[in-house]
Design a binder for this molecule. Sequence first.
Ligand code: SF4
Length: 103
Amino acid sequence: MGEIVFWTLVRLAIVIPGLIILSSYIDFRYWWFISILAIYLLVIYPTVSQYRKFEERSKDVVEGTLCSSCKHFSPSSVFCNKYDKHPTVDYIPCEGQSWEPKE
Ligand code: SF4
């Protein structure tokens, strides 16, 4: 999840200065249209696409592991808050020893 945020910020850091530079070369009314299109195509679409892939990859962990029913598990980041690790289908960081039910 952090990787998605990082690359979104990198893309924004490239696109925004590019659009500012572009504004001095083209007419303002076209610049708005190009800006909206560029932000959608270069920032929003890749972010949504990356997030969907992340959700697909983590679906099995979020729905089908011991961690998914534990109060220390954060489903949005697929992360064990107690052990600071990412559980997988084959890897439960505490091996079940620290499992606690969600409240
Ligand atoms: S404490 Fe154990 S069961 Fe709970 S989320 Fe962490 S690794 Fe999974």
